[in-house]
Design a protein around this ligand. Structure first.
Ligand code: NAD
Ligand code: DAU
Length: 341
């Protein structure tokens, strides 16, 4: 229950996931006037342990955002000031194998949240989006907010659809919508299907590191705590109806990320195994985030070396967190994805 009337209630979806849980911890640690309602379906990517010790000023509903009836009850039971929509199917490889659930959650779920937020006069709606909606870059250039949308995977197509719906609600109904689009996150509590935690964990276990294609695809890496601060800046200072790119200023080829981690862990480079490329693999992402910088002052604080070093330390210290994942359904997923690749 919200304790004081001066408090603002944020409905945060996907709060047991990687970025959502980092966001909730940051907000509860730093903003004493915010009460959180966490709406999460608890998919394979969720872990309630991510919010252990964060039950004060935080209430949880196990609800699928694609289930409008269940979602509607939350809006009736609570006066919501702000919605921050993290909930999504988030992994590109899974979207290539099985796109349907990406449309259900990322598109239909977002539409439900938009409709209910409009109906209940929510004061602000922030759609958490991704640089992948812009497509793929060649050797030079960066994505700006004016870059046309050109998604190339089922995941990015579903995220671009959600962005367009959110913007349509701003233009059609004058709904107070904001969109943030961020580059590749890494840091504590990231599910090990994603490159950086996968490399750290496989290296610690002396297992081979699957590197797609020629290993020279480029991503602009950002520490999750910088992303979370960027989202708070957009929520506090962003202009309604605007899109804000958030980037880490840390472009790197996949091979270089892997070699950096192997060197840090004193593991041999022979662990790297070049495997069949991802279908439709986007070559390069890079973010021009001058708008959020100019309008809110946001700048990422981590450089990539400091960020990866602290992430490696987190995974070493929190082995029980990822061992539990490795001993569950993840085994089947890993076999399906990497055996015979
Ligand atoms: P994640 O996969 O770690 O977590 C997703 C969370 O959403 C999980 O807790 C899951 O249970 C929940 N969820 C999934 N389907 C749901 C549904 N139908 N109803 C309610 N909850 C549901 O994802 P993440 O990496 O934390 O990404 C969070 C958001 O940020 C996503 O919208 C993603 O597109 C976006 N994003 C991610 C990155 C990145 O690098 N990870 C970068 C930019 C943007
Ligand atoms: O750019 C933002 C996006 O970053 C987010 O919107 C997505 O939710 C998030 O999953 C991430 O997408 P990527 O596909 O870029 O991240 P992933 O960690 O899956 O892959 C990073 C790069 O590493 C990519 O070029 C593919 C490559 N890769 C990945 C894995 C899992 C490998 O070479 N081997 C692997 O085993």
């Amino acid at each position: 229950m919200r304790v004081f009337n001066y408090m603002k209630t944020y409905l945060v979806t996907g709060g047991f996931g990687f970025i959502g849980s980092n966001f909730i911890r940051y907000v509860l640690d730093n903003k004493k006037d915010v009460y959180i309602i966490n709406v999460d379906k608890v998919t394979y990517a969720a872990n309630p342990e991510n919010l252990a010790d964060y039950s004060a000023n935080c209430k949880f509903y196990k609800v699928d955002i694609a289930d409008k009836t269940a979602l509607s009850k939350i809006f009736i039971e609570n006066k919501i000031d702000c919605v921050v929509n993290f909930a999504a199917e988030s992994h590109v490889d899974r979207s290539i194998a099985d796109p349907g659930i990406f449309i259900k959650t990322n598109v239909e779920g977002t539409l439900n949240l938009l409709e209910l937020s409009l109906k209940h006069n929510v004061g602000k709606f922030l759609q958490v989006s991704t640089d992948e909606v812009y497509g793929s870059l060649g050797a030079s250039g960066k994505f700006s907010e004016d870059t046309p949308l050109s998604p190339r995977s089922p995941y990015s197509a579903s995220k671009a659809s959600a962005d367009m719906l959110a913007m349509a609600f701003f233009h059609t109904y004058n709904m107070p919508v904001l969109i943030s689009r961020c580059s590749n996150n890494y840091g504590p509590y990231q599910f090990p299907e994603k490159l950086i935690p996968l490399v750290i964990i496989n290296a610690l276990n002396n297992k081979y590191i699957p590197l797609y294609g020629d290993g020279k695809n480029v991503r602009d890496w950002i520490h999750v705590s910088d992303h979370v601060k960027g989202i708070c800046s957009v929520l506090e200072k962003g202009k309604l109806g605007e899109v804000y790119n958030i980037g880490g200023n840390s472009e790197a080829e996949n091979i270089d990320i892997i070699i950096y981690i192997l060197n840090k862990l004193n593991k041999p480079h022979s662990l790297i195994k070049y495997v069949k490329d991802r279908q439709g693999h986007d070559r390069r992402y890079a973010m021009d985030f001058s708008r959020i910088n100019a309008e809110t002052g946001f700048l990422p604080e981590y450089n990539i070396e400091k960020g990866i070093d602290s992430t490696i330390s987190w995974y070493i210290k929190n082995e029980s967190w990822w061992q539990e994942i490795l001993s569950g359904d993840y085994k089947e997923y890993y076999k399906k994805m990497y055996e015979n690749r």
